[in-house]
Design a binder for this molecule. Structure first.
Ligand code: T3D
Length: 262
């Protein structure tokens, strides 16, 4: 049968494609395992300097496959907290933990954990026809996959509360206007734009970008004083990289830099 996740590496870019298009790439145990394998292969391959996540078919990801969640009357409720602990939380930690930029190309509807997987990525591009839906409330659940952390930080608490309690769809353009994502782009150019961006990032100072990622992640829980100290420490590391030396040399030589990622 078809793999539930497609994984390709080229030009320093790993492309991960969720591949259960008949159910809008909703998550099964099998797809979670395949995605976890892909993310761990990426984490241990230092030739990969950018990751691109997208979906096959007309949707990006519709969250948990609800076919696996039907409960007959009288039957015990499944312990879905265990599914969060074993699958959704490790997925978000793996994406956030990658030491490189992670781009999400949201090719179509992103609902439930699918929406929040996208929001866990560093740079999100969405096709103009894509929608973001915090669908959880409609079936009695709480937004997961980090959504209650990312969404209020991205769009503010007022919009986050309404989106999470109403489950209304947000268009790609609205999402970009609100700062939930980086950009809405035409459907037919999404993948060319996302791939070009991924290739560009794969040629940039990868260690420096990883340090930027650390600074951004820490800023959510830090005071300005703590963040200033962290910036000093991260800049110390950045200043020791070969790419920094090359960046300065190339600037002074008036030539394009050749970064190695180190
Ligand atoms: O359980 C745990 O482990 C806890 C974790 C929870 C994480 C979660 O993500 S909970 C939230 C689960 N997701 C949803 O509630 C979203 C359900 N889907 C929808 O609301 C709609 O499908 C969409 C708004 C995403 C898209 O609507 P539309 O009209 O564009 O497409 P559609 O016709 O509804 O869907 C197309 C097909 O995909 C359809 O199948 P069919 O009729 O062609 O055979 C539909 O049933 C299927 N599909 C879509 N989403 C899911 C799904 N099948 C199973 N599970 C889904 N989540």
């Amino acid at each position: 049968s078809e793999p539930t996740v497609l994984f390709a590496r080229a030009d320093g870019v790993a492309t991960v494609t969720l591949n259960r298009p008949a159910t809008l790439n909703s998550f099964t145990v099998e797809m979670h395992a395949a995605l976890a394998d892909a993310l761990s292969a990426i984490a241990s391959d230092d030739t990969i300097r950018c990751t691109l996540i997208t979906g096959a078919g007309r949707g990006f990801c519709a969250g948990q496959d609800l076919n696996d969640r039907a409960v007959a009357p009288g039957e015990d409720a499944p312990n879905i907290g265990e599914s969060i602990e074993r699958r959704y939380n490790p997925m978000v930690r793996a994406v956030r933990g990658l030491r490189m930029p992670v781009i999400c190309a949201v090719n179509g509807v992103a609902a439930g954990a699918g929406a929040n997987l996208a929001l866990a990525c560093d740079i999100v591009l969405a096709a103009r026809s894509a929608r973001f839906i915090q669908a959880f409330c409609k079936i009695g659940l709480v937004p997961d996959s980090g959504g209650t952390w990312t969404l209020p930080r991205l769009v503010g608490p007022a919009r986050a509360a309404a989106l999470m309690m109403l489950g209304e769809a947000v268009s790609a353009e609205q999402a970009a206007e609100w700062g939930m994502i980086w950009k809405a782009v035409d459907d037919d150019t999404l993948m060319t734009e996302a791939t070009a961006l991924a290739r560009h990032l794969a040629g940039q100072p990868t260690t420096g970008l990883a340090l930027i990622k650390r600074a951004l992640a820490a800023s959510a829980g830090n005071t300005l004083d703590e963040q200033l100290d962290l910036e000093r420490d991260l800049q110390t590391l950045a200043g020791g990289t070969a790419d920094y030396a090359e960046g300065v040399r190339a600037f002074l030589d008036k030539r394009p830099p050749a970064f190695t990622g180190r």
